[in-house]
Design a protein around this ligand. Sequence first.
Ligand code: ADP
Length: 269
Amino acid sequence: MIVVKVGGAEGINYEAVAKDAATLWNEGQRLILVHGGSSETNRIAEALGHPPQFLTHPGGLTSRLTDRKTLEIFEMVYCGLVNKRIVELLQREGVNAVGLSGLDGRIFEGRRKDAVKYIENGKIKIHRGDYTGTVERVNTALLGLLLDAGYLPVLTPPAISYQGEAINTDGDTAAAMLARALGAEALLLLSNVPGLLANFPDESSLIREIPAERAGDPQYLAVAQGRMKKKVLGAVEAVRGGVGRVVFGDARIERPIRAALEGQGTVVR
Ligand code: ADP
């Protein structure tokens, strides 16, 4: 089993991802796709007059402020536009893909964090009423039914809270929880960069391998900025949780899944 997460940043080659997934699928490879949609969400939120806002948490990580309206825009883009684009591309390749969000069948379940700490002008503040949370449980039984019946699941945030509310959740973490729950041999995090770059954005400075037990070393974590830091931390946790390996690969190239499986990118093991 492999889990492939396709990012939502600018430049992703969805056609190539779908083609590659279809070839592997037809060769008998069990796989699940998870996707993002952040840049498209930002664009549409702007167009709808509800521009994105991000909170910086103590510790430096950032996240999208998700009020009810943001959540609705998020659902439009992730569950609608991006999910159906990928499902259509797979269907064109002859793969019977089924697009589902974490809400459907409680595929991604977690705790809602409605009070979020953030930093403003050097002070710690609390934002309440947020619809965010982290995936803690995965409905692998439902996914097993689909896979056994020959359907390729294409999954997307939001997740569902234990109280049944939709919550915005980080796609990389959701994919990592999924890979752990399934004991996947590989988790591929495909994005618009060749992998973790020692000297971002210099693409020739690709770090080829991160030994999970040394991920905290300055040459790895310190070079990862913003969302990349979360990705590296998540990858390490996935490997510790039993996932065979995590690869940060390039989703702009032809055959992006196969390339990552062959070790092109940054491999965490
Ligand atoms: P996605 O939505 O595709 O998952 P993210 O925006 O979450 O993508 O993360 C990928 C981004 O991380 C890259 O586009 C890049 O701008 C940024 N980044 C920050 N530091 C690094 C680094 N050291 N190496 C590679 N990318 C980095």
